[in-house]
Design a protein around this ligand. Structure first.
Ligand code: ADP
Length: 159
């Protein structure tokens, strides 16, 4: 069975993330979307909020599950018998860091493979930070995030 893990901060989930999830679920038997704490980023949404949003948007895909883990990606993957990581690639600027992480994971766990999935060009500019920046300035983010989670995302910026 081809099981993959799609890790990220998903702070919050965007249409770009969902596109990668949908496309992976078509070619892999089981996709685990894992919310991992990124020590280099201060999160806007709690882990619970991020997991809840991901569960809402992945409901139509029966072979996609959502989980979270506070620790090393390879540790989580090993505990769950997963040895393929999916990473999205938007631009060359993503490449260097993702490449480095893939090599580190391979060093720590030689059986771990990383597959890169090209962004859909509709979403190549899209990131969670862009969504937050626009939402914070009162802009319309409807075209950037899945409709089911739009209200949860903007609620942070309305008070
Ligand atoms: P991290 O903080 O770990 O980079 P993100 O939530 O920003 O997590 O992204 C998770 C994964 O989704 C990464 O592999 C990233 O490259 C990918 N990704 C993010 N936005 C897009 C997009 N618009 N198109 C394709 N891949 C994307």
């Amino acid at each position: 069975m081809t099981k993959v893990i799609y890790p990220g901060s998903f702070d919050p989930v965007t249409k770009g993330h969902l596109d990668i999830i949908k496309r992976s679920s078509k070619i892999m038997e089981q996709v685990t979307v894992a919310v991992l704490e990124n020590p280099r980023k201060i999160a806007t949404y709690s882990i619970e909020e991020r997991v809840k949003m991901l569960k809402m948007v992945t409901e139509p895909y029966p072979n996609v599950t959502v989980d979270y883990y506070k620790g090393l990606l390879i540790e989580y993957a090993q505990n769950n018998n997963i040895n393929i990581v999916i990473k999205g690639l938007r631009a060359m600027s993503d490449f260097e860091f993702v490449f480095q992480m893939a090599l580190v994971n391979q060093k720590l766990s030689p059986s771990m493979e990383t597959l890169f999935m090209m962004t859909n060009n509709k979403y190549s500019f899209l990131s969670s930070s862009i969504v937050k920046e626009i939402a914070c300035l009162g802009g319309d983010i409807r075209s950037l995030v899945p409709p089911e989670v739009h209200n949860i995302i903007i609620a942070k910026y309305q008070s």
